[in-house]
Design a protein around this ligand. Structure first.
Ligand SMILES: [Zn+2]
Length: 179
């Protein structure tokens, strides 16, 4: 069950993390829309989009898609523990989000922006429709950790994220060292 690349290890992109199947959560929707409008989030996404050759980012279209998305609670503690944060598609092709603990200071904001960044990746390159794979998951997670929000608050209990966190810190410190 603990194979690398599973959703469990990669915070919501992967086949093994269950989608949130609880009731819709309007407070989560409100909080996610607010994070999606935050100047610091948009700044980072704009920078990512330009630096990676994806051009300007259409925030109006993104926000329309986000406003039409479903935001759900996890049905129970097991589901929440296995997914923590989840971003993907509903059967009718809308975005679907679930974030356990989004009200927790620091962590919640970071987790919401992380999943929002996966929506950004889907918006630009159809992330949610691509078949899951270890390399693709790794690349998607690196980007989401790096661009989606502060690295603080990544649940350290999760080996995959810890590994990503350490390699990001390693790369950043190496870059800082040569300057
Ligand atoms: Zn992720």
């Amino acid at each position: 069950m603990d194979r690398p690349g599973s959703g469990q290890r990669f915070l919501g992109v992967g086949s093994e993390a269950p989608a949130p199947s609880g009731p819709e959560d309007s407070a989560l929707k409100e909080a996610m829309l607010a994070q999606g409008r935050a100047a610091s989030f948009r700044f980072r996404v704009n920078l990512w989009s330009r630096l990676t050759g994806r051009g300007t980012f259409d925030w109006e279209a993104f926000e329309r898609r986000l406003a039409a998305a479903e935001f759900r609670r996890f049905a129970n503690a097991t589901e929440a523990r296995r997914s923590l944060g989840w971003a993907g598609l509903t059967p009718d092709g809308r975005w679907l989000f679930g974030i356990a603990g989004y009200r927790i200071p620091f962590y919640g904001k970071s987790a919401m922006r992380h999943e929002l960044f996966h929506a950004v990746q889907d918006f630009k390159s159809g992330l949610f429709q691509q078949p899951p794979g270890l390399l693709r998951s790794l690349a998607a997670e690196y980007s989401a950790h790096l661009w989606g929000g502060p690295l603080l608050g990544i649940p350290l209990a999760y080996g995959g994220s810890l590994c990503i966190l350490f390699s990001v810190i390693y790369i950043l410190s190496a870059l800082a060292g040569i300057r």
